[in-house]
Ligand binder design. Structure first.
Ligand SMILES: C[S@@+](CC[C@H](N)C(=O)[O-])C[C@H]1O[C@@H](n2cnc3c(N)ncnc32)[C@H](O)[C@@H]1O
Length: 222
């Protein structure tokens, strides 16, 4: 199985999954605005590209990039940006978390949602994130917890205001969640393959936190 999400799964993902996250993306964008972060902001594993679009709407002066290893995802993202009239604000390109094509110390903020669990060698991605971030730059990485309880799943859906947007009834999604390709077991982010890659990475300042049905991994280049 490839790391990326190729056609036709990319089309399904755009239509039934990624658009459900828009309210969450708005909250992340509001955090970017509240922290007064601008400059160059990169979304790794952008998929259909909606997170950088929401950031573009709230952070007027940011230079935004969306990078994905799937060619079809990048096409979808470009089309979504055109539909929103933001194609001149966000540049999407085919690239890998391991090799973004961006310059050393050139990025102010890295964002990523739902992508870390796709990476076969997360350590290579953390090396690349460290290389491209400027000193003081941060990476905010969010990924699913496949062992979240049904109550945590429901609380997160409620907190992120997703109830009205779900493609299937919540009782069904709650039961399906551990069997969907949503993320790793929590332990993997702490002491498993991702946790070990983090502790071996050049990042000395990082924090892994459990937040309902997902984890947040915050990295800072010192
Ligand atoms: C589950 S989707 C998440 C998409 C979007 N960020 C979201 O939250 O809906 C994971 C994305 O990561 C991409 N991906 C997987 N491995 C990658 C890699 N090594 N480098 C860049 N993108 C990758 C996939 O093609 C896919 O679009």
């Amino acid at each position: 199985m490839p790391e990326g999400i190729p056609w036709p799964f990319s089309r399904f993902y755009d239509r039934y999954v990624n658009r459900v996250f828009v309210k969450w993306f708005r909250l992340i964008a509001a955090d970017v605005k509240a922290r007064q972060i601008s400059g160059i902001i990169v979304d790794i594993g952008t998929g259909p590209g909606r997170l950088p679009l929401e950031v573009a709407k709230q952070v007027g002066d940011a230079g935004l990039f969306g990078i994905d290893i799937s060619e079809d995802m990048v096409k979808i993202a470009q089309r979504n940006a055109e539909r929103e009239g933001l194609a001149d604000r966000v540049r999407y390109r085919v690239g890998s978390a391991y090799d973004t094509g961006l310059g050393d110390n050139s990025v102010d903020l890295i964002l990523s949602t739902g992508t870390i669990h796709h990476l076969r060698t997360p350590g290579l991605a953390f090396d690349e994130f460290h290389r491209i971030l400027r000193i003081g730059g941060e990476a905010w990485l969010y990924d699913g917890r496949r062992d979240a309880t049904k109550a945590e799943f429901e609380a997160t859906v409620h907190k992120l205001g997703m109830e009205g947007d779900l493609p299937l009834p919540i009782w069904l999604l709650k039961s399906m969640w551990p069997h969907m390709h949503v993320g790793l077991k929590t332990e993997a982010y702490i002491s498993g393959n991702v946790g070990r890659a983090l502790s071996a990475s050049p990042f000395k300042d990082y924090d892994v936190r459990k937040e309902g049905a997902y984890v947040t991994i915050m990295l800072r280049k010192t």
